[in-house]
Design a protein around this ligand. Structure first.
Ligand code: MSP
Length: 772
């Protein structure tokens, strides 16, 4: 029972700022925008919150990879989210960033409250942590995350714990008493069975990272990012503030009516969050509703899979209403749904251009043509009254139950009936036997009736097609629909609102038919964007990811496979020193526990991944499949030394045809282990006078520092390299170049045009760790 029915508070998840927004994020935010618009148009005092989740290890690492501070990095990506929501015309009331003082203060207040109430204690913990999900997972050391498949890390820390175990029964009782709390049904079942299987206490602080909110009174610890993030829903309203206006807003809008989330984060929202709130003596939210996943190319659209589409692309070619309509009409809420440009264009042309848009244009044009743009007085025709009434009555409950697709289907039945009604009555054609006056009366009746149906249709679809509805509202002579919404026009929506004598506005193009090339244009925009990201990541445009002038759009961190540097060995001129540390043979060839001497044995075992992610996931439109390519003495060619290729090797022709060097001769593992590959960090990078291809680097291997000369000066600005972690061949014999000694060699992928892309890491990795 909602005891505050005149107000409605709804939220989106706050989005991680490790990568730029894509259509998946837009989906959840658009759904909330549609709900917020309808609520406001029903006269409900609505508060719609969105924002960005900016702390934690994932962001800290992404920022380091980009060569920026976490704060700079978060600010740039957060601005991209906000900018996109503005570009799409989304009507959020507040945008919270978890790095804002108001949030940090509120989170510390919540933490202190829970501690004071005896729900937080200190203990030590060893377990597997998934950085990508920012979650502890119950798997043995060395196993991947069961949710996202990425490698987990063993973390052993002294942490603060939350007594989640104390809430097992309370949560089950709460779910029982509030059957509408979680949805859809599949989510409800999963959550209940998770809680029934027993709840263990959860760690809610970390010491291994700095990028977070300090635990009040024990600043060695930062608060676990999910505790921090979930609290945004209350801190944004003013929780933890002494200001009367904040307290008033909090009291007015809490508890939230709905947290709309993606289904993968239901456990955090349906188990942890209500438990934290119960422990603090705050009421849990009224509901948590999970949208399904937007799939593209068969998988969940996600940055790390590299199968994303940007909302900007659809907005540019078809407009944001087309995107909104597609997402809400095509995908039954709660289920996964495939996105494709073809399906989008088909829906757009079928339902919007040929359906609603065409209907509006026919009727408005005829009112102008036959009645000078003024709605004539006429005896009313009841033909559509019943369907209209039924549509109005069904729309609200379907929409409120989040069955947007069904609600829209109902409206399009009215569109089709109105179309049919026009065709059947053909007001544009006077049969010879029909007297002129009689025909004029029929025209008046048919057009007034059709126009009234359009008014009803337009009012109903306003939350989903706000821009188009605003245009049609003006064409129908109704003024600004946003003003009507402020007057709660949906509360009194009924047949008969269009009065005789209403002056219509000029017809405006609504949904111009999408031509055959629309799909191609959208694909080209995506390809163009991917190219820009790759170029920015490889520095080929001269705009480096880490350079201050880099567009925020170049911040493609947690490198998208499409944009990832292929992890390929490219031999640079240079020579070696000898490694003083021989690692033991452990792990498989891609993943090597960093147990070599320079690594602190007290620290958890890190794993280094140098997997060719680009090859694994590269989008079919991108040809970034890497091959092993010794690059010889110059950077210009990726050619193989004569006589080194294995004529029988499969795929040779393919590699050559794609512009990559051919596969090298087969070697045994014994040959490979002779090469000592190590993680190093660049401390100094500078040009070598009179050698335009050479850079002089000083690198830190953790256990020693060395000088390496690398022929990459034409592709990398030296300033941009400082701080970057790279891979070097550490046991090449030293060699002199331009009078300088080079002690090692960098590894880089070699692109078809010869440009190098330095190998790097997605995860934190200690200096000196050996690659095997
Ligand atoms: N920061 C956490 C949420 C904290 S909320 C207190 C997080 N962020 S996220 O950037 O990964 O965004 C997750 C949300 O974005 C999902 O829960 C979902 O709402 C939306 N989506 C991201 N990709 C999506 C799809 N491919 N499909 C549908 N929604 C998607 O998790």
């Amino acid at each position: 029972m909602n005891e505050k029915p005149d107000r409605y508070y709804l939220t989106t998840p706050i989005y991680y700022v490790n990568a730029r927004p894509h259509l998946g994020h837009a989906y959840s935010t658009i759904v909330c925008d549609a709900i917020a618009r309808r609520k406001r148009a029903l006269g409900v005092d609505t508060w719609f919150l969105t924002g960005t989740d900016e702390h934690g290890q994932k962001i800290e690492r992404s920022a380091a990879l980009a060569g920026r501070t976490p704060a700079e990095f978060a600010t740039a990506i957060s601005a991209e989210f906000r900018g996109l929501w503005d570009q799409l015309g989304l009507t959020y009331d507040d945008f919270i960033r978890t790095t804002e003082a108001r949030h940090m203060r509120g989170v510390q207040h919540l933490f202190a409250t829970l501690r004071d109430r005896g729900f937080i204690y200190k203990g030590s913990y060893t377990g597997q942590y998934c950085v990508s999900d920012e979650a502890w997972v119950d798997v043995p050391a060395g196993s991947p995350c069961p949710d996202c498949g990425r490698m987990t890390e063993t973390v052993s820390e002294e942490n603060y714990f939350f007594k989640l175990s104390a809430f097992e029964r309370k949560l089950l009782e709460f779910y029982e008493a509030n059957p509408g709390f979680m949805g859809p049904e599949s989510t409800r079942r999963e959550v209940i069975s998770f809680v029934r299987s027993g709840l263990a206490d959860v760690s809610i602080s970390r010491t291994a990272l700095k990028w977070g909110i300090p635990v009040p009174g024990d600043e060695q610890h930062v608060i676990y990012v999910w505790f921090d993030a979930l609290a945004n829903y209350i801190t944004a309203l003013g929780y933890g503030s002494d200001l009367p206006e904040d307290q008033e807003r909090f009291n007015r809008f809490w508890p939230a009516d709905m947290h709309l989330i993606g289904k993968e984060i239901s456990r955090f929202h349906c188990v942890y969050w209500p438990a934290f709130l119960m422990a603090a003596g705050i009421r849990p939210p009224r509901s948590v509703k999970a949208n399904g996943w937007l799939l593209f190319d068969q998988g969940k659209m996600s940055k790390s899979k590299g199968n994303i589409v940007r909302a900007e692309t659809v907005n540019t070619v078809l407009g944001s209403d087309a995107l909104r309509y597609f997402l809400l009409r095509e995908i039954p809420f709660g289920q996964d749904g495939s996105f494709s440009f073809d399906a989008l264009v088909q829906r757009y042309n079928g339902d919007l251009a040929n359906g609603y848009g065409n209907l509006v244009s026919r009727v408005v044009n005829m009112v102008h043509k036959y009645f000078g743009g003024v709605i004539p007085a006429s005896t009313s025709d009841d033909a559509l009254v019943e369907t209209a009434a039924r549509t109005i009555a069904a729309f609200g409950p379907e929409f409120d139950a989040l069955n947007f697709s069904e609600a829209l289907k109902g409206v399009w039945t009215l569109v089709a009936e109105t179309d049919g009604y026009l065709t059947a009555n053909a007001p544009w054609k006077r049969p010879a036997e029909r007297p002129e006056a009689e025909h004029a009366a029929l025209q008046a009746k048919v057009l007034a009736t059709a126009a009234e149906a359009i008014r009803i249709i337009t009012a109903l679809v306003y939350p989903i097609l706000p821009d188009s509805a605003a245009k049609v509202w003006r064409e129908l002579g109704q003024g600004e629909i946003a003003d009507a919404a402020k007057r709660a026009f949906l509360t009194e929506l009924a047949w008969g609102g269009l009065k005789a004598g209403t002056q219509f506005g000029e017809p405006t193009p609504l949904f111009p038919r999408a031509e055959k090339d629309a799909v191609e244009r959208m694909q080209n925009l995506e390809d163009e964007n991917n190219r820009t990201v790759i170029e920015a990541a490889t520095g080929k445009t001269g705009i480096a990811q880490s350079s201050p002038q880099a567009p925020a759009s170049a911040l493609s961190i947690e490198p998208s496979p499409a944009a990832a540097s292929p992890s390929v060995v490219t031999v640079q001129p240079g020579s070696s020193g000898t490694s003083r540390h021989q690692a033991t043979e452990q792990g498989d060839h891609n993943l090597t526990p960093a147990t070599t001497a320079p690594v602190d044995p007290q620290k958890p075992v890190e794993r280094i991944a140098i997997t060719p992610v680009a090859a694994e996931h590269a989008s079919s439109r991108l040809t970034s499949a890497p091959t092993m390519a010794p690059m010889g003495g110059t950077l210009a060619g990726a050619g193989q030394a004569p006589g080194t290729q294995d004529p029988g090797a499969a795929g040779l022709g393919l590699a050559a045809a794609s512009g990559f060097a051919e596969l090298a001769q087969t070697i045994t593992i014994d040959d490979f282990v002779k090469v000592d590959l190590r993680v190093a960090q660049i401390l100094v990078a500078e040009r070598v006078p009179k050698a335009d291809k050479l850079l002089r680097l000083e690198v830190d291997l953790g256990y020693e520092k060395r000088q390496i000369l690398a022929g990459i000066a034409q592709f990398y600005e030296p300033e941009r390299l400082v701080g970057r972690k790279i891979v070097i061949v550490a046991n090449l014999a030293p060699r002199k170049m331009r009078g300088l000694e080079s002690n090692g060699m960098l590894l880089a992928a070699s692109l078809p045009d010869g440009a190098p892309v330095l190998a790097g890491f997605l995860e934190e990795v200690p200096l000196g760790a050996r690659l095997k």
